[in-house]
Design a protein around this ligand. Structure first.
Ligand code: SF4
Length: 370
């Protein structure tokens, strides 16, 4: 079933590695932005009456930085304009430096039932270097507010000077604070961000060092009962993110808000990245889409295989045939033969062997693109 993504583009401060659409100096626009978002929800809702949505995800930016009444209002508007399943998963991304007891209580009352908390690292000097506004104590405070709730913690790999001991402290903190889900991502130094200079200067861990950190983190998470269900995502049984699983299963989703992208009705489309243009467009009664393309059958097949091989579920031949009417091993015969040493088969399922999952992207990109 499709999901709904809502982009809240405001932050208190720009992190040194960030290339997301986020505006650290435009918080004063949040009221006007949210009014436009409500309008976009209404416009889209009128078009999408036939769909029933299973997840809602507030991402950013920092959704928790704005007055909680706006997120609650957006959710009310979603429920008014869209059809949701009886038990939708509703997630909000939270920065530990921006939460309070009252905020969490309001989120809960509005129906939010999952939280994604940006811990990144438990080492305060590293948080400061990343330009994050929180410290480890803020995370502990946030997790106390979330006690007994379904929450995920983000952990980053590849920070300057990061040791296994640092990673141990980070995972142990998330675990002890009760995270039901942990996302462990390698930092990607994007061109144009301050951290890219550190990368060019050779100051960040190299690929082998990051891989060693990942392998170590994976073993710690496994010991603590988190199951890897996607390359970077680990969950206690039953706490996998339904919203993200839908992406990896090549499901449909609608993106709302500035820069949000969508995959629906055989098309992929994206809203404008420009905040002013977004607001002007919606105020004038138009959808703010700037790019749209039909997904060809070949592209859809390729996406299906690439995404499925990121997950522990792997590729189900049966599901592939149901979608496309053909056999994926024949459609990708050459790549399949070449990647066989990295694959394992179980019934009708093919997946990447555990020891290669971390480097699946390099392997698949190499072979799938010929
Ligand atoms: S909090 Fe997230 S979106 Fe905001 S600047 Fe930092 S990394 Fe970017």
């Amino acid at each position: 079933m499709p999901g709904i993504y809502i982009h809240i583009p405001f932050c208190k401060h720009k992190c040194t590695y960030c290339d997301f659409t986020s505006f650290p100096d435009k918080l004063a626009f949040s009221e006007a932005y949210m009014a436009c978002l409500y309008k976009e929800i209404e416009l889209r809702g009128m078009q999408l009456k036939k769909y029933v949505f299973d997840t809602v995800y507030f991402g950013g930016g920092t959704p928790s930085v704005i007055d909680p009444k706006y997120l609650c209002g957006a959710l009310r508007q979603i429920k008014r304009c869209f059809r949701l399943t009886g038990d939708p998963e509703i997630t909000v991304e939270i920065n530990p430096g921006t939460v309070s007891e009252q905020k969490i209580a309001l989120y809960k009352r509005a129906g939010i039932n999952r939280y994604s908390v940006g811990l990144q690292t438990a080492i305060d000097e590293q948080l400061e270097e990343l330009g994050r506004i929180h410290n480890a104590r803020d995370f502990v405070y946030a997790s106390r507010l979330l006690r007994g709730k379904n929450f995920s913690a983000d952990v980053m790999l590849g920070l300057r000077g990061q040791t296994k001991e640092d990673l141990y402290k980070t995972i142990e903190l998330a675990y002890r604070c009760g995270a039901s889900h942990i996302s462990m991502y390698a930092l990607t130094p994007e061109e144009g961000t301050p951290i890219y200079t550190d990368y060019l200067n050779g100051e960040l861990p190299d690929d082998d060092e990051v891989r060693a950190l990942y392998d170590y983190g994976y073993s710690l998470l496994k010991e603590r009962g988190y199951r890897r269900y996607e390359v970077s995502n680990f969950a206690k049984p039953g706490f996998e993110s339904r919203h993200n699983l839908n992406y990896w299963r090549r499901g449909e989703y609608i993106g709302l808000g500035v820069s949000a992208s969508s995959h629906l009705g055989g098309k992929r489309f994206t809203n404008t990245f420009d905040l002013d243009e977004y607001m002007k467009c919606v105020i004038s009664g138009y959808l703010p889409v700037v790019e749209s393309e039909d997904v060809t059958k070949e592209a859809a097949e390729f996406e299906f295989v690439m995404l499925a091989l990121r997950t522990a579920e792997g590729i189900s031949s049966h599901k592939y045939t149901n979608c496309f009417g053909t056999d994926w091993k024949e459609d990708f015969a050459d790549a399949y033969q070449k990647t066989r040493p990295y694959l394992e088969e179980e019934g009708d399922v093919t997946r990447i062997k555990d020891e290669y999952l971390y480097v699946q992207n390099q392997i698949l990109t190499h072979y799938m693109n010929g």
